[in-house]
Write a protein that binds this ligand. Structure first.
Ligand SMILES: [Zn+2]
Length: 229
C-alpha cells in the first residue's frame, strides 16, 4: 500500500499551511515566507515564521487518520507513506517509513554546503551559521525549488509496484507529486481518494470519499482487519 498525503491530513490536526490561529502571519505573502528570494530579502522574518510553525506543529497531535496508517503498516509491512507535509506528524504517529517530498520544518540545513545542522538552543528562532560560514535555513522545499530526485524516484518506484494507493488530503494539482496517483492507476493499482473537496483526480479514482480522513481510514482499517482475520 502507498499512502500519498497532503495538507488535508494535517488540517485535521489543526495545522493549516499558510494560516495561523491568531491570523498574525496571514498578512504576509506566502512567496516572501517560503521562497529563496524571500529568505535572501528578510531571513529573520522567514526564520520567525518557521519557528512559529514548528511550535504549532509541536503542539498539534497526530489524528486518527495518522494513527490508522500505523495500523495498516503493521498489517502490511511494506506499505509506505509519501507526504507533501513538512510538520513531522506522520513520524510522530509511528508511521514508518515516511518519505517527505517537501522536507521537514524540524530540520535545518546550510545554505552553502547543504549539511544538516542541529538547532541552536540559545537562538532557535534567529539567524545561525554552519561551521563552513553558510547561513542555516529550514530544510524544506520552497517555491521555485526542485524536489529531491532520489526521494522522488523512490516514490515513483513504490507507486509503480503498489496494489492499493490512498491519495489523502491533497488537491493533486502540484506536479510532479500530483502525478503519483495517476501513475498508480496506469499500472493497475486500486486508488482511493479521501478529500473533503472534489479534485481533478476525483473522477478518475476507483473510489473518491468526501469524509474526513480521521473517520475514513480507521473505518477502512476495521473492515480490512475483519476481512482478513
Ligand atoms: Zn555549511
Amino acid at each position: 500500500m502507498v499512502f500519498f498525503t497532503g495538507a488535508g491530513i494535517s488540517a485535521e490536526s489543526g495545522i493549516s499551511t499558510f494560516r495561523d490561529p491568531d491570523g498574525y502571519w496571514s498578512k504576509y505573502d506566502p512567496m516572501k515566507l517560503a521562497s529563496p528570494e524571500g529568505f535572501k530579502e528578510d531571513p529573520e522574518l522567514v526564520l520567525r515564521w518557521y519557528a512559529a510553525r514548528r511550535q504549532l506543529a509541536g503542539k498539534a497531535q497526530p489524528n486518527p487518520g495518522h494513527l490508522a496508517i500505523t495500523q495498516f503498516q503493521k498489517l502490511f509491512p511494506h506499505s509506505v507513506v509519501i507526504t507533501q507535509n513538512v510538520d513531522g506528524l506522520h513520524a510522530r504517529a509511528g508511521n514508518e517509513p515516511v518519505w517527505e517530498l517537501h522536507g521537514n520544518i524540524h530540520r535545518q540545513k546550510c545554505l552553502k554546503c547543504a549539511e544538516e545542522v542541529a538547532f541552536n538552543p540559545d537562538n532557535p528562532d534567529g539567524i545561525n551559521y554552519c561551521a563552513c560560514g553558510g547561513m542555516l535555513r529550514p530544510d524544506v522545499v520552497w517555491f521555485g525549488e526542485s524536489l529531491s530526485i532520489s526521494i522522488l524516484n523512490q516514490a515513483f518506484d513504490a507507486v509503480k509496484s503498489c496494489s492499493l494507493l490512498f491519495t489523502i488530503g491533497t488537491s493533486t494539482q502540484v506536479y510532479p507529486a500530483a502525478q503519483l496517483p495517476f501513475e498508480a492507476l496506469n499500472q493497475g493499482a486500486f486508488v482511493i481518494e479521501v478529500n473533503p473537496e472534489p479534485t481533478p483526480f476525483s473522477a478518475k479514482a476507483d473510489l473518491s470519499l468526501r469524509d474526513p480522513v480521521g473517520k475514513v481510514l480507521p473505518n477502512l482499517y476495521e473492515e480490512f482487519y475483519a476481512a482478513l482475520f
